[in-house]
Design a binder for this molecule. Structure first.
Ligand code: PLP
Length: 392
């Protein structure tokens, strides 16, 4: 294999796209591929043992969220959890006529809202300011009632900007509305207590917190009925039929427990490195600007634009150096349009186009950050020199 076919980047700063499975998580999963392969629905002890591990994982996920174990449904991913939550909202008693959301949601929620809008549900999209923040006073004045679902992401995948979920949930409750949050980026990094907040639905995804891809969870407040997205057996109370993905579910539980245990120290370490990276790039690279609120952000995310340069070109040159970052959201990579998040924040076209996201994890090292700080200025100068937009 030549160098360009390398699949493992040397420096991985794309953790909002996906994370590495933690060695501890993989270790916990392995027996369920090898010898603990029983079906959790089987009557025999071989199956019963596996069932108990699923129960334990449900407790671990619930503990991360401040939920009760029977409020957790295992799914395949964050998108499925979001879809299931909306299915639950639509099945609440009475007519369900209005969705209120932001203009910067992940496509998992954005496209779901648009789909329901086409089916006749009213959709109100609340704009964000230039730092990606919401105006909760303006939201409180919207027509919110018991027929409404407020759905706001907890933290933005592109900028890391954190929405005031407690305030939004409070507004929803005052008007008898339902409230859902897409916490795919926040889970494991933010303290979450769904009961204190009064949330009805919360979605999370395993692969953003060092569990594997292919597993997620939905919190559904006790007492709320959840109709299935598909029909079949009794698994997950009939809400998600099909034999459980046992190794992955066990892995998700272990990852949630690990996140709870190490969250504060991991956040402190990531914040320190992220801030240093950002500070240095802003001072060393021509035309560099930060996107997103400076403080109300996940500790692992830096989103920086380099005026008049294509983000994709930056990514390619970084990739040549073995550095993996991202431009826009991972799910829109391939399209050369600036991301909807940058557009919603009113970032000018020539700046939005170069928006580059560096997202760190608990495995990021100071030496890796040093390398990115060292390599970036030359990359930016090289691209500025050939940019058709830079005026002499
Ligand atoms: N919501 C947010 C905020 C995300 O960042 C993502 C993935 O990038 C998703 C939802 C979708 O999660 P999944 O890939 O597990 O379906």
């Amino acid at each position: 294999m030549n160098d360009t076919s390398r699949t493992t980047p040397v420096i991985y700063l794309d953790n909002n796209a996906t994370t590495a499975v933690a060695p501890e998580v993989l270790e916990v999963m392995m027996p369920f591929f090898r010898d603990r392969y029983g079906n959790p629905s089987s009557i025999h002890r071989f199956g019963g043992l596996v069932r108990r591990h699923i129960d334990r994982s449900r407790e671990q996920v619930a503990a991360l969220l401040g939920a009760a174990p029977d409020e957790i449904v295992f799914t395949s991913c964050g998108s499925e959890s979001d879809n299931m939550a909306f299915q639950g909202f639509r099945a609440l008693p009475g007519t369900r006529t209005r969705l209120i959301t932001s203009t910067v949601e992940h496509p998992a929620v954005r496209n779901l809202c648009k789909h329901l809008q086409q089916q006749g549900t009213e959709l109100l999209e609340v704009e964000v300011d230039s730092e990606g923040m919401l105006d909760t006073d303006a939201i409180a004045k919207l027509p919110i009632d018991e027929h409404t679902l407020l759905t706001f992401m907890w933290a933005n995948n592109e900028t890391g900007v954190i929405f005031p979920i407690a305030q939004l949930a409070h507004i929803a409750k005052q008007h008898g509305a339902a409230v859902h949050t897409d916490a795919v980026q926040a889970a494991g990094k933010m303290p979450i207590d769904v009961h204190t907040l009064g949330l009805d639905y919360l979605a999370l995804s395993g692969h953003k917190l060092h569990a594997p891809k292919g597993v997620g969870a939905l919190y559904v407040r006790k007492g709320l009925k959840l109709p299935p997205l598909m029909f079949g057996g009794h698994q997950e109370n009939g809400v998600r039929p099909g034999t459980e993905n046992v190794p992955y579910i066990v892995g998700l539980g272990a990852a949630c427990e690990m996140a709870m245990k190490h969250r504060d120290e991991d956040n402190a370490a990531m914040r320190g490195m992220r801030d240093r990276l950002e500070r240095e790039l802003l001072s060393r690279c021509t035309g560099a600007k930060r996107n997103g609120h400076p403080a109300q952000r996940l500790p692992n995310t830096a989103n920086i634009s380099f005026e008049f340069i294509e983000g994709e070109a930056i990514l390619l040159l970084l990739d040549e150096k073995g550095i993996a970052a991202s431009s826009g959201s991972a799910c829109t990579t391939g399209s050369l349009e600036p991301s909807h998040v940058m557009r919603a924040m009113g970032v000018p076209y020539t700046t939005a186009h170069s928006s580059t996201r560096f997202s760190l994890s608990r495995y990021t090292t100071e030496q890796e950050i040093d390398t990115v700080i060292r390599e970036m200025p030359a990359i930016i100068e090289k691209l500025r020199a050939i940019s058709p937009y830079v005026k002499e």
